[in-house]
Structure formats: C-alpha cells, structure tokens
Design a protein around this ligand. Structure first.
Ligand code: HEC
Length: 256
C-alpha cells in the first residue's frame, strides 16, 4: 500500500508549484500528499537515529554536554548550525559534531555519507523541530568567511556546461521548467528549503542530508562533485541556511 502511495505522491510533488490546468491537483491527490506528510517514511530512520544516539553518545544529554549547553538550551542551539565549534577549530555541520562526539566516546565515527550518519544526524536535527532556524553568520570571522565562501561556491560557474548553482536557482529562473521539473526557489518566501533538510527523497526512496542533495545537483548538472563535510560544502550549507533564517525547522522533510 505504502509504495503505491509513494509513487503517486512523488509524481505530484514536482508539479506542486503550478496552477495551470495540466498541473492541477485534484482534491484526492492533495489528500494523498497530505497523508504522506503525516507519515513520512523517514520517521523510521529518525527513530533508529534516536537509538543510535542513546547507544553511542549518551543521548541528548551527551550531545548537550559536548556542545557546552544545557539540555533546555539544546533545541535552539541546534537550530543555529552550521556553527564555528571552538573545540574543532572549524565551521561544521551537526554531522561533523556527531563524528567528533563518537570519537570522544571511543566509537568509530560513521562516515558522513553513510545511512547511519544520515539517521543519527537527522535525529539530532529533529531535536530543534519547531524552533526558528537561527544561524548567526556574523557570530565571528569564521562564520563570515564561511558565508562568503558559500556565496562564491553558489555563484561560480563550473563543469562542462559552465553552470553554477545560481544558473538554475536564481530568482529570475525559479518556476521555469527543466525537463518537466520546476526549478525550486532555495530561500525566502516561505520556501526556504534548508529548514526542511534532512529529508526523505521519494525519487531515491531514502533519507538524504542537505549536502547529499547538493551532490545530486552537482552530478546532474555535470559540476565536479564536492565531498560532504569539505569547507565548500559546509559553506554552501551556511549560505542556504542563512536564507532560511527565521523559518521553522521541520525535519525530516518530504522531497521529490
Ligand atoms: C541544471 C540546473 C541545476 C543546477 C546547476 C543546480 N540545481 Fe539544484 N535543483 C535543480 C532542480 C531541477 C531541482 C529540483 C529537482 C527535483 O525536484 O527533483 C533542484 C533541487 C535542489 C535542492 C532541493 C530543494 C528542495 O526542494 O529542498 C537543493 C538544496 C539544490 N537544488 C541545491 C543546488 C546547489 C547547491 C547547486 C550548486 C552546486 C545546484 N542546486 C545546482 C536544478 C539545478
């Protein structure tokens, strides 16, 4: 049953932005989409991530301690990632903090691109569900630099077709259709997507992080794929998360 629903809903989501007749959704289609939103298949991954968190790093308490905040402060603090973490001397995503925390607990850190890490880091981000995304790109020089690098990475044309992220995601082209796929706006106007990643990608039938999603676009657009956790990737996340500032965090998202 579930798989049928997934297939149907996934056929619809790419066209949500359009009201033209050929893209119109019927009431029953809309009901199916609403139902998918209520029971996101990645909820199971989050559940698993929460078990990993307990087993490997002492649960929410262990994470709060590592970050130097109280458990009460943890949700709002998580809503501010990526952050400069002094202990690590780097601007990092939550996944990299979890790697460091695993190492501190004598565990072999999960690879950033692994399913286990996607589950663990999605659980950790879900602690901030309901909080407003609150990244502070002016917190220090490191964050300012990361923002600048993120913007540069977003704007730089690369690869065989000479495309940048901005070629497809600039306000001027949003809503244009690329091979049946409407190009999504990545910031502002209530569709600031960074607050809804990690998300379940129906086209991949699996939970993915934002940086993993970037890699998908890099591959499709023939831009050299940059490794997850690299300075450029974290910077891209900083840049897009800054555009989602104030938007309520709701993960796992549900994505095409
Ligand atoms: C050739 C055009 C193109 C380029 C270049 C491109 N993208 Fe995309 N991007 C798309 C399309 C089309 C989608 C929506 C695909 C879908 O719905 O399956 C998308 C989706 C996304 C999403 C998911 C949005 C959501 O719904 O949450 C993110 C994030 C993203 N792109 C980031 C980037 C970044 C970062 C770069 C540069 C490294 C980039 N894109 C380059 C076309 C492009």
């Amino acid at each position: 049953m579930v798989s049928k629903k997934i297939i149907l809903a996934f056929a619809l989501i790419g066209v949500l932005a359009f009201s033209g007749e050929q893209f119109a959704m019927s009431d029953s289609d809309r009901a199916i989409y609403a139902e998918m939103l209520e029971s996101n298949p990645a909820d199971m991954d989050v559940e698993y991530g929460s078990e990993l968190m307990e087993d490997l790093v002492g649960g929410d308490e262990g994470l709060a301690k590592f970050l130097g905040v109280s458990e009460d402060e943890l949700p709002a603090y998580i809503a501010g990632f990526p952050r400069y973490i002094e202990k690590l001397g780097l601007v990092v995503g939550l996944d990299q903090v979890l790697q460091a925390l695993m190492a501190e607990n004598g565990k072999k850190p999960f690879k950033l691109k692994s399913k286990d890490m996607f589950a663990l880091s999605t659980y950790a981000k879900s602690i901030a569900n309901g909080e407003a995304s609150n990244i502070d790109v002016n917190a220090n020089e490191h964050m300012k630099k990361a923002l600048a690098l993120g913007e540069k990475t977003f704007m730089t044309k690369r690869g065989g077709r000479g495309l940048s992220c901005n070629s497809c995601h600039a306000p001027a082209v949003i809503g244009a259709i690329l091979r049946t796929q409407p190009l999504p706006e990545l910031g502002a106007d209530g569709v600031a997507v960074a607050a809804t990643w990690p998300g379940y990608r129906m086209t991949k039938s699996s939970l993915r992080t934002l940086q993993r999603r970037f890699q998908g676009c890099m591959k499709n657009a023939l831009l050299k794929v940059i490794p997850i956790g690299s300075a450029e990737m974290v910077a891209l996340e900083v840049y897009l998360t800054n555009r989602a500032k104030g938007i309520e965090i709701a993960v796992p998202g549900l994505k095409r």
